[in-house]
Write a protein that binds this ligand. Structure first.
Ligand code: SF4
Length: 318
């Protein structure tokens, strides 16, 4: 069942030198119990796409067009008051740095109970629910930990607390924005296992925002590759890893370290800045397959044997 369906989202920023578009016709969907990874270099639009779902956007952001259906209701038509009820309860956010999400002045108990009471005001024993949520995310001595302040906990522990908050309200969708970037590799694996367990056991849908293709390979069901505000390739993880089509996706794979070679092949050049105007395919200044057409006409996403790809190389094969 489709839980979230983003259709043709166009968004930009009102800057002092005019309106600058940052998302172009972004369309993607997530089903119950699935993990969709959104990947790409910094500044490609991954986080702003995810934040649009919750309408947690900077004041300069303006959504020009598009729909964001969650359980078949368009979130973009909701008032701030209505969205307030959805945030945290139905859609939870796991931020990159858990320290920014937890208030250092309050205990974990204060913070979890606040979320539970806000979204489930009729619940009889909120403290027990909080303890259960902490146990689900494998926090040892859950009752004791409730009395802790954030600074008394490790980074991994804090991230578990944030996940416990999402669980305590039975969120249908979790947006995990680089959830393990600030953590060491062992804790990273534990947090990803936790998210996978939640996905399987509670059929929670997860959007994983990451630049780490290793995490994607191990965890995601579907992958959207973004470049300069556009989705350039969108496929099941298996298809994307077995047969990447878009030159940018191929270049990302080539730039990864591997066991057989000690040479990394970086992608030459850099992604366009928000003020840079590029005609045609946005990737053409960096693409090793570039053709004359690429610099004048922008390719659209086309279905190529089950993979959506925006590249003129495949136009004849569709
Ligand atoms: Fe490269 Fe052209 Fe495809 Fe863009 S459209 S990725 S420039 S081949």
């Amino acid at each position: 069942m489709t839980l979230l369906d983003i259709k043709n989202l166009n968004l930009g920023f009102n800057l002092s030198n005019g309106f600058k578009q940052v998302l172009y016709d972004v369309s993607l969907s997530v089903n119950k119990g699935e993990m969709l990874a959104i990947v790409g270099e910094s500044g490609c639009g991954k986080t702003i796409t995810a934040m649009s779902i919750l309408k947690l956007l900077p004041d300069i952001a303006e959504i020009k067009s598009g729909k964001i259906y969650f359980k078949e209701e368009d979130l973009l038509q909701k008032s701030d008051f209505q969205l307030q009820k959805i945030r945290g309860k139905n859609i939870a956010l796991i931020p990159q740095d858990p320290m920014t999400a937890l208030n250092p002045l309050y205990t974990i108990e204060d913070q979890i109970l606040e979320v539970i009471k806000l979204h489930q005001p009729n619940i009889k024993k909120p403290r027990e629910l909080a303890i259960r949520a902490l146990k689900t995310v494998k926090i040892p001595n859950a009752e004791e930990r409730l009395k802790s302040y954030p600074h008394e906990l490790s980074g991994g522990m804090k991230q578990r607390i944030i996940i416990a908050m999402a669980l305590s309200c039975n969120a249908d969708l979790i947006i995990a924005d680089e959830p393990t970037t600030a953590l060491d590799v062992t804790v990273q694996a534990q947090i990803m296992k936790l998210l996978n367990d939640i996905k399987k056991e509670k059929e929670t849908a997860i959007i994983l925002i990451t630049h780490d293709l290793g995490l994607v390979a191990e965890n995601a069901d579907y992958v959207a590759v973004m470049y300069a505000g556009k989705i350039v390739e969108y496929a099941s993880k298996t298809k994307l890893f077995e047969n990447p089509l878009h030159p940018y996706t191929k270049a990302l794979f080539k730039s990864l370290p591997n066991m057989t070679s000690n040479k990394l092949i970086p992608i030459e050049g850099h992604p366009p800045s928000i003020n840079e105007k590029i005609n045609g395919c946005f990737f053409h200044p960096r693409c090793s397959y570039v053709m004359d057409l690429c610099a004048v006409k922008s390719p659209i996403l086309l279905d190529i044997k089950g993979t959506q790809c925006a590249c003129w190389l495949y136009e004849k094969n569709t």
